[in-house]
Design a protein around this ligand. Structure first.
Ligand code: PEP
Ligand code: MG
Length: 556
């Protein structure tokens, strides 16, 4: 048995077999190998093609359920491309004429087709070059040399992924229905991948470094996502112990379910809203299970991920409208696009930056690219006619950003009026408080908006000068630092004086050790990954705020 110790990022215990997930370096297949038996090679291609088509069918069906026809369509387009006769013939001809290995034949054909698409006049056709590369990569993966495609695995129910690192969009593609857990060499507790893992309830341990070895592939593993420990080829005693621990956790979860439907109110009657952070469409399913009071943070950037081009106004509108309708009269706070830093999206074509967390991200990109921003805002405004939508802006660091944003909202409203399109005229506008600058001018900012939501993930990173992505300094990432608590207190006081609502939507909202403090400070809303809501509800209902208030406040 090998015991690996890392950082626990997502709770839960899971048993399974380890599968390596490697990123494919496509150009590695540009090397041609001579093959003796061309029939075997052609068969290898044909079999891989069949598996790829089956994967795409499966992806199409699950995307159809999760995100609707428009988003699922891409998988059908890929299927049609794979089935294209010219594409297949080209690959088979290269294998037979040149005695080439199948991987090379796919790579070469891909390059030729990509060039053809890229040289076309039509922008839509040019973008298909990327799709050719995608389908070719998929076929090569299906030849069994490379990265696991989770959806196609026979072992799919108990798949545990091991790899160097995993991005938020990769995790979304792998999908929680198939991945039971993941472990990585790199990573940190507050990266967006870890946040996603928590909201998707995928137990995971990161930052294992060189303890995670390629030879562990195929071994039985147990992830203890509470302790941040991974057991490779566990002995019988360890398996028994972890099974017991898992049973205990399952029982705890069952106990918590008795809090469903109960009010979020303290013993002495102080109310607080417990809402959910939504980082992916799958989160909406979990949300129903825990009856959140609403959505306190809808990370809209996930709509922009895992696609090849910007979603249109109509596409976005349909998604926001769908969510607004599903949530009925419960509030849905849509945070506008917060890309940049660790949330990279290829087609945004963003410059390489030395320090991206402090660079071109969030509201800065939106104000710099008003066409994208206006499309986004108009889609949100239109959806607001169908439910209780509010709009929130990330990464605010000065008053001017809000004033300019409000001007843009005004322009968007005028354009919608001209088109006779309906929207909620008095839609509430809020901002995230996640830069120290925003904290210290929160009295001024409070006069311009309807609510604040404190984003402690970034606020901690910027205030304590601790990169939330960097595992070397992770131990210093302390949301309970007195400096942070004082900032939260200041923001609360300024919000209360201006008569506006104040919430917290950073990961600390789900930390039971902090609930009393937040109640004492008069926080109106805590928004967190849905699986944590019932635990916090229990804590709120056990707290007598009046008894602890003076004592807590005097300590800050
Ligand atoms: C935050 O910074 O606390 C936050 C909620 O935003 P994100 O984690 O998406 O950066
Ligand atoms: Mg943030």
């Amino acid at each position: 048995m090998n015991i690996l110790k890392g950082i626990a990022v997502s709770e839960g215990i899971v048993f399974g077999k380890l599968k390596a997930y490697r990123k494919v370096f496509f150009d590695a297949y540009s090397v041609k190998n001579f093959v003796e038996n061309i029939d075997t090679e052609v068969l290898k291609f044909k079999d891989a093609k069949k598996v790829a088509i089956a994967q795409l069918d499966e992806l199409y069906n699950s995307a159809l359920e999760d995100v609707g026809e428009e988003h699922a369509m891409i998988f059908n387009v890929h299927k049609m491309m794979i089935e294209d006769i010219d594409y297949s013939n080209s690959i088979i001809n290269i294998i037979t004429d040149e005695h080439a290995n199948a991987e090379y034949a796919v790579w070469f054909t891909s390059r030729e087709f990509e060039k053809k698409f890229e040289s076309m006049d039509n922008e839509y056709m040019q973008q298909r070059a990327g799709d050719i590369r995608d389908i070719s990569r998929r076929i090569i993966n299906c030849m069994g040399n490379n990265s696991v495609s989770a959806k196609a695995s026979n072992d799919k129910k108990y798949l545990i992924i091991g790899c160097d690192d995993i991005s938020p969009s990769e995790l979304l593609e792998l999908n929680s229905d198939y991945i039971k857990g993941f472990i990585t060499m790199l990573g940190s507790k507050n990266s967006h991948t870890s946040i996603l893992a928590r909201s998707m309830k995928i137990p995971s341990v990161v930052s294992l470094g060189s303890q995670l070895k390629p030879e562990f592939e195929g071994c039985d593993v147990i992830i203890d996502g509470f302790a941040g420990v991974v057991y490779v080829s566990p002995d019988a005693t360890t398996s028994r112990r972890l099974k017991k621990k898992k049973e205990l956790c399952d029982k705890q979860e069952e106990l918590l379910s008795s809090f469903k439907g109960k009010e979020d109110v303290s013993i002495d009657g102080q109310k607080i809203r417990l809402s959910a952070n939504v980082s992916h469409i799958c989160d909406i399913k979990i949300l129903k299970e825990v009856d959140a009071s609403g959505i306190g943070l809808f990370r809209s950037e996930f709509i922009f991920m895992n696609r090849r081009s910007y979603p249109t106004e109509e596409e976005q509108f349909k998604i926001y409208k769908n969510i607004a309708k599903k949530m009925g009269d419960k509030h849905v706070v849509i945070r506008t696009l917060d890309v940049g830093a660790d949330k990279k999206i290829d087609y945004f074509d963003m410059p390489k930056e030395v320090n991206p967390a402090m660079g071109y991200r969030g509201i800065r990109i939106c104000l710099d690219r008003p066409e994208i921003f206006k499309t986004h805002i108009k889609a949100i405004l239109r959806a607001s006619a169908f439910g209780n939508i509010e709009i929130m802006f990330p990464m605010i660091s000065c008053l001017d950003e809000i004033l300019r944003t409000k001007e843009i909202i005004k322009e968007c409203k005028l354009e919608l009026d001209k088109q006779n399109l309906d929207y909620k005229k008095d839609i509430k506008i809020g901002i995230m408080i996640e830069t120290p600058a925003a904290v210290f001018i929160s009295d001024i900012l409070a006069k311009e908006v309807d609510f604040f939501s404190i984003g402690t993930n970034d606020l901690v990173q910027y205030s304590l000068a601790v990169d939330r992505q960097n595992d070397k300094v992770n131990f210093m990432f302390n949301p309970q630092h007195r400096a942070i608590l004082r900032m939260i207190k200041m923001v609360c006081e300024n919000a209360k004086s201006a008569g506006i609502r104040v919430g917290i939507c950073g990961e600390i909202a789900a930390d039971e050790r902090m609930t009393e403090i937040f109640l004492a400070l008069g926080i109106d809303e805590l928004s967190m990954s849905a699986p944590f809501i019932l635990g916090i509800r229990r804590k709120v209902r056990e707290t007598n705020v009046k008894l602890i208030k003076e004592q807590i406040i005097s300590k800050l």
